[in-house]
Ligand binder design. Structure first.
Ligand SMILES: Cc1ncc(COP(=O)(O)O)c(C=O)c1O
Length: 372
């Protein structure tokens, strides 16, 4: 397989464990099981239940309990329209590898999570990438999408809420996208890893699988639910798609671990509590980020509407990788360069970590900027 580098992942791998202030992270302040039990406020003895789990493959496509809890995140989606995967990354790759063929026309966006551009490209699809710009408030240009689709367009891929910009599609925009996809009978794959983290209610906005007969939603426990350590994601879509994916998964997933399945079920059955915690963390930390950007003359930002990342622009004679490397070396603050998202002149700032880390990281960043 010939595939281009997944630059944000490579960057994180290389530098993440080498900084005092990690402002590159995208999960909302992960917890250990003791903390999780407290946040969820449940009486179940989690440790004992885990000790009593038989460590076999478990339910291959995800337990009925888990798939029912996942289906509760959507309207009109039953448990048999869900299959469980290894993280959101596994959900996207299972769908893309199963439904993109060489020569297909696939529409993607940038800046965005690059998986849905790079995987189809490596399969041999022809890619059209639509660019989000800060001059358009990072919103999707619906007319550009309409102009880009062709009779042979097989798939439109989006990330909503967007990583790195934090932009959220309005219901109206989503309806227009569905209408455009429908004219050419294209799949609409939306990576909804940050769904639930829109700061203003309703926190869960409309999902692809709810609004379109060829709409596929991928989700994960990693971001909104703070548990990247259980490596659990899912795909929700039409029954015949899920049936086909359940056939394909035998070749490269089989099941997820039964401990992960159990923990995810617990969280999703008590999701209101963790959501309340996480929305609060995101909003409070974003206030800090907004204050910081507003006071720095060299920076500007379209405020994110959801999620754990902002994508500020900077006005300095320096590439984004150089900026991030210097800031890391001189102040031990880690960001992700815009170049990793094919969007120079920006950096991704993740604010899901505990408040003190964000606060002290921004102070160090501010201090560093004084020299320019
Ligand atoms: C938009 C998006 N999708 C998917 C993933 C993959 O995450 P995971 O496999 O932990 O669910 C990420 C991780 O950063 C992401 O930002």
């Amino acid at each position: 397989m010939i595939i281009r580098d997944f630059k944000p992942e490579i960057w994180l791998d290389k530098y993440e464990n080498d900084c005092d202030y990690n402002l590159s992270e995208t999960c909302v302040s992960p917890m250990n099981l003791h903390q999780l039990q407290e946040v969820l406020n449940i009486n179940e003895d989690i440790a004992d239940n885990i000790m009593n789990l038989k460590l076999d493959y478990g339910a291959i496509t995800g337990s009925e309990r888990l798939r029912t809890a996942i289906s509760g995140l959507y309207t009109g989606i039953s448990a048999d329209r869900v299959t469980v995967t290894h993280g959101g990354i596994g959900a996207n790759s299972l769908f893309l590898l199963s439904y993109v063929n060489p020569g297909d026309h696939v529409i993607t966006t940038a800046p965005s999570y690059l998986q849905s551009t790079l995987l189809p490209e490596s399969i041999g699809a022809e890619i059209t990438t639509l660019s989000f710009t800060d001059s358009n408030n990072w919103r999707l240009d619906i007319d550009a999408l309409r102009a880009a689709v062709r009779p042979e367009t097989a798939m439109i891929c989006l990330t909503n809420p967007n990583n790195p910009t934090g932009m959220v599609l309005s219901d109206e925009e989503l309806n227009q996208i569905v209408e455009i996809a429908r004219t050419v009978n294209a799949w609409l794959l939306i990576d909804e890893a940050y769904r639930g983290l829109t700061y203003d209610a309703p926190h869960f906005r409309k999902a692809a699988c709810e609004v379109y007969e060829k709409g596929i939603s991928t989700g994960t426990m990693s971001k909104t639910f703070s548990t990247a350590g259980i490596r659990l994601g899912w795909i929700a879509g039409p029954t015949e798609v899920i049936d086909h994916l359940n056939h394909v998964r035998d070749f490269h997933i089989i099941s997820v671990g039964c401990i992960d399945d159990y923990i995810a079920s617990l969280i999703l059955e008590n999701k209101e509590r963790i959501l309340k915690r996480n929305i609060k963390i995101c909003k409070k930390n974003l206030e800090l980020v907004t204050q910081f950007v507003n006071q720095e003359k060299l920076l500007s930002m379209i405020p994110p509407e959801a999620g754990t990342t902002a994508f500020p622009a900077y006005d300095m004679e320096m590439g984004s990788e150089e900026l991030c490397l210097r800031l890391l070396r001189e102040k031990s603050v880690l960001l992700v360069p815009g170049s990793a998202f094919e969007s120079e002149g920006h950096f991704r700032l993740g604010f899901g970590k505990p408040y003190e880390i964000i606060e002290n990281g921004l102070l160090a960043f501010s201090d560093w900027l004084k020299q320019f």
